[in-house]
Design a protein around this ligand. Structure first.
Ligand code: ADP
Ligand code: ASP
Ligand code: MG
Length: 425
């Protein structure tokens, strides 16, 4: 058994789906194929969900939903050689769009979070529906599975936790070896009561890992728009090089510090079972990509550079005592957990604690006001976290040239800087 996952980066136009079909042709069986939403569809759906709670936005919602509809119909009809809209899969797509329109018109009711997950789930439901209708012709034995009935989670909408025992049972039943080729969705899941949930943004990689781990897959392959895991994001460093093999630990560190190529939760389920995770480029079929496995860490590793944008450096000073005490830390971490503040770096001094966190958007100022009851609070928005693994002074100095350093931390393997850009990008 192998798991192939195709992300939004490769499935943004019909061309990518043709390439996907070629990859499936070459692949061994049994095979489970996991797809994400096309391109940036999840962002568009999040925007629609947020607009629906504002007043007088019906016109805008209608326009944006139409645009999404045209985008999906465009991909479907291109796949079928522009043979008009009466192609396999069209009715199913239109049904999904009328369901979506209906939900957006009705609005969230009492629970915005559960409704939000339901709205964004349309990304994967639409993409899998288009892909299925096309693949069915090429691979008549392909079996469609709705993952919301198979991966079972708690009700933490937006970032639901997997209920493993029930999920293991259902996954083994749904993807039994009596069939050869399956198609299903990443990112979305369901509660025992059949409410739709999501596993956290970019969570389709994690879905592939959940299935790979439960099914004891021979390997899990993530097909991306890059040749593999590189020593820096090739979109910002043109001289980035592919890393042919890295350890689970190295991959986990890179993902945690913001290398968007792999979702951080993907590593552990596969590491536990020693299942190789392979990142390959759909456009680079002759290149074996990057294998992540139990490799001994290479002694002379290539320096790795990770840039995480939209960070906030938040510094708090307790008002009651001049020193930071354990109970302040307990209080702060407790609040951050509740607010789902994602912390990438912490620095403690005698009188203050600084946190580098992902920008939580509109909620941030409300949270700051809450903190101000007990703390003096300072913050720097639009900061970046730069992480260097296996660093050399030269690599660090080059990248820090146009940066104002707010915080720095170094260990033997990792150097980190919270910075503000002072010039250029
Ligand atoms: P998918 O939609 O398939 O999940 P993503 O867009 O999430 O794909 O991840 C692929 C992107 O990750 C690439 O386009 C690349 O810009 C970015 N990326 C960031 N860091 C790295 C890295 N170290 N190596 C490769 N790609 C990286
Ligand atoms: N479509 C989801 C997102 O954009 C999941 C994913 O792409 O992995 O977050
Ligand atoms: Mg992704």
């Amino acid at each position: 058994m192998q798991i192939y996952k195709f992300g939004g980066s490769v499935l943004q136009e019909a061309y990518g789906i043709h390439r996907m079909a070629e990859a499936l042709q070459q692949a061994g069986r049994p095979l489970v194929v996991v797809v994400s939403a096309f391109g940036k569809t999840t962002n568009a759906l999040e925007e629609l969900a947020n607009l629906s709670v504002l007043e007088n936005r019906q016109e805008e919602i209608f326009r944006k939903t139409e645009k999404l509809n045209e985008y999906h119909v465009g991909i479907l009809t291109t796949l079928w050689g522009n043979a008009g809209v009466h192609v396999p899969g069209y009715n199913r797509l239109e049904n999904l769009f009328s369901e979506l329109t209906q939900l957006l018109t009705t609005g969230p009711g009492s629970s915005f979070d559960s409704w939000h997950d339901l709205i964004v789930s349309f990304g994967e439901r639409l993409s899998s529906s288009v892909v299925y209708s096309y693949l069915k012709k090429k691979f008549p034995d392909i079996v469609y599975r709705d993952i919301r009935e198979i991966i079972v989670t708690d009700s933490r909408f937006g970032s639901a936790g997997v209920l493993w025992e029930e999920t293991v049972r259902r996954v083994r039943q749904a993807f039994s070896a009596s069939e050869n080729l399956f198609l299903t969705q990443g990112y979305i899941a369901g509660t025992p009561n059949k409410e739709t949930t999501t596993l956290g943004r970019e969570g389709s990689d994690f879905t592939a890992a959940i299935l790979g781990s439960i099914l004891d897959a021979e390997k899990v392959i993530l097909w991306k728009d890059v040749p593999g895991v590189m020593n820096a994001d090739p979109k910002i460093c043109t001289d980035a090089v592919r890393l042919p093999g890295i350890s689970y630990q190295e991959a986990a560190e890179m993902a945690f510090y913001g290398a968007k190529v792999i979702h951080p939760k993907t590593i552990k389920p596969l590491q536990n079972k020693h299942i190789p995770l392979v990142v390959r480029g759909l456009e680079y079929p002759d290149n074996m990509g990057t294998t992540i496995w139990d490799f001994e860490e290479m002694e002379r590793h290539v320096p790795v550079y990770i840039r995480k944008k939209r960070q906030i450096l938040l510094s708090v000073f307790p008002r009651d005592y001049s020193f930071v005490l354990n109970r302040h830390l307990e209080d702060l971490f407790g609040q951050f957990k509740q607010w789902v503040f994602n912390i990438s770096l912490v620095q403690i001094s005698a009188i203050s604690v600084s946190f580098c966190i992902d920008d939580p958007g509109v909620l941030f100022m409300e949270r700051v006001r809450k903190l101000q009851d007990d703390y003096e609070v300072y913050f720097n928005r639009d900061a970046e976290l730069l992480t260097f693994r296996h660093y050399t002074e030269k690599t660090i100095n080059e990248k820090l040239q146009s940066c104002l350093i707010l915080v720095s931390q170094r260990t033997r393997l990792t150097a980190q800087y919270v910075v503000k850009r002072v010039a250029g990008e």
